[in-house]
Design a protein around this ligand. Sequence first.
Ligand code: COA
Ligand code: AMP
Length: 634
Amino acid sequence: MTSRYQEAHQRALNDPEAFWGEAARAIDWVRAPTRILERQADGTGRWFADGILNTCWNALDRHVEGGRADQAALIYDSPVTGVVQRFTYRELRDQVALFAGALVALGVVQGDRVVIYMPMVPEAAIAMLACARLGAIHSVVFGGFAAAELATRLDDARPTVVVSASCGIEVSRTIAYKPLLDEAIRLAQAKPRHCIVLQRPMLAATLEPGRDLDWADAVAAARPHDCVPVAATDPLYILYTSGTTGQPKGIVRDHGGHAVALRWSMDNIYAVAPGEVMFTASDVGWVVGHSYIVYAPLLAGATSVLYEGKPVGTPDAGAFWRVIAQHGVAVMFTAPTAFRAIKRDDPEGRLLAQYDLGRFRALFLAGERADPPTVEWAQDLLRVPVIDHWWQTETGWPIAANCMGLGLMPVKPGSPTVAVPGWDVCCLDAEGRPMAAGDVGALAIRLPLPPGALPTLWNAEARFRQAYLAAFPGYYQTGDAGFIDGDGYVHVMSRTDDIINVAGHRLSTGAMEEVLAGHPDVAECAVIGVADELKGQVPLGLLVLKSGARRSTDEVARDVVQLVRDRIGPVAAFKTAVVVQRLPKTRSGKILRGTMRAIADSQDYRMPATIDDPAALDEIRQALGRIGYARAPG
Ligand code: COA
Ligand code: AMP
């Protein structure tokens, strides 16, 4: 018998126009699309090209008009400030309309960019939705990035206005945001005309007269603004993510495909019904936060929890259980690292006994490989399905999942289950030929990609084609390696590039190497991602010093740690650098990062046939051994 999943998967592959045309009916259109999928000669496609809509209308106004005005849309739960604040759909719509008016008063028009650099406060979501209301393009920058990273994004996005806050709170530390913003604007070539700054009671920011406005004043003077109709193919947002260099990739998301795909995912992947509560413990600065804290729950008329806290320490490892119980959460979504942190602090899960999780139905995990011990621990404790699913900033929603709304399939530990309807996942060899079931290769998606996936990179169409479409003509290259087994289950093993995943945060080791190489005493360097029990991976730097270096090896190692923190940000979690005499290389001069990673993680590895000088590997093993890595020689 064909399962509901198989039926949907086949229909989406065989007749995507009919499948997504039907899904598009769940969205309110100013002009319904008639051209569902326009196929381009290179295999890519444009979704809903003649459709006109407004994403904010679909997220807020339609629910206010449709009977959900008094239902909670957003619950701000902040253990770090002791605040719980509920916004009904009407309240959120009104605040968003007012803030949209404030942006318009500063000259923001459709197509303008607005950079949002904020902690996890409801105003961040309000600012995003206000941009969507105006057809302005938001670009949210995660608060853990340093001023230089923000400056790079300002220069690429060239925003009219930046929205920020006086501070964020990291457990019990107050982190001043405004000095970072001021420094970023100083560094950037593209200066925003204005900044709107939310003054939080814990710390007041100094405002620059003429340029900066207090959020409260801007809103007090504003008139509510209506939804502006935009083309389905117009950009809703740009979200920068790590590429292989210090220049991040500006992932573009369009309005129409995004709204249709996310709305569909709420029923079919997450099985969250209108009126139910979804809790995504991530950050609005990441794609998971964009999609499942802000847009998808609201598009579905559900309630979203916006949580300003950590899995542990705010106040303890029972924090998530408290939120689930207090707000009647049906479905939660976070990264495996959060559960590893909880397990570390409360291995028996004793804190759970204090809470009633009666309405809790499922836990979804993504952002990094879900290690089977963590999944099993969570499942034994919570006694609900724990669903690993695979996706990327580029895709905007899951590529592979156990689609709860289409009937759960048997779980294979370590696999995010099967391709989600709409995604034609393939495993290819280096020449682009399909691999046999079970053989490891490059995971790729046959074009066209479904609605919601990136149509391009901001200001960088050529880079988009080069990075994603060039390697395998007719396919999107995910950058992940893995295999598809005989039952069609996808197994995601590792990245094929130099991107690492640190506590579910995506970072580029190439970008860190650029920072290390900038130290005057560093001749050569490599940054590798090594296994970490809590964060999955952490970066580790290997440095070769110039002869006649002015500072000692210890000093340079300390300097570069500080440099990465200053240039990229604390989120990089770059805490260890070690000075070595030389780096192992191939005869053509390529640094053997993969082999060094295997040595650091005490894994078996094969001596590369092309290695220039095998003794260099022994030196690396000894150096890593001195700092606690490379415990068992490979
Ligand atoms: N603003 C400023 N600084 C921030 C920040 C923000 N929004 N977010 C993180 N940082 C800082 C932290 O304070 C920390 O600084 P430190 O080096 O001075 O301690 C650093 O960046 C690293 O932060 P984080 O990755 O959060 O590590 P942690 O050690 O503080 O906490 C976990 C570890 C596992 C508890 C934490 O990573 C976590 O909750 N992860 C959840 C997963 C997640 O949200 N993933 C997103 C994709 S789904
Ligand atoms: P990001 O763009 O930050 O969402 O990171 C995307 C990358 O995280 C993917 O390319 C994978 O390498 C990794 N990733 C995300 N989800 C999973 C998962 N469920 N299993 C394995 N890797 C994952």
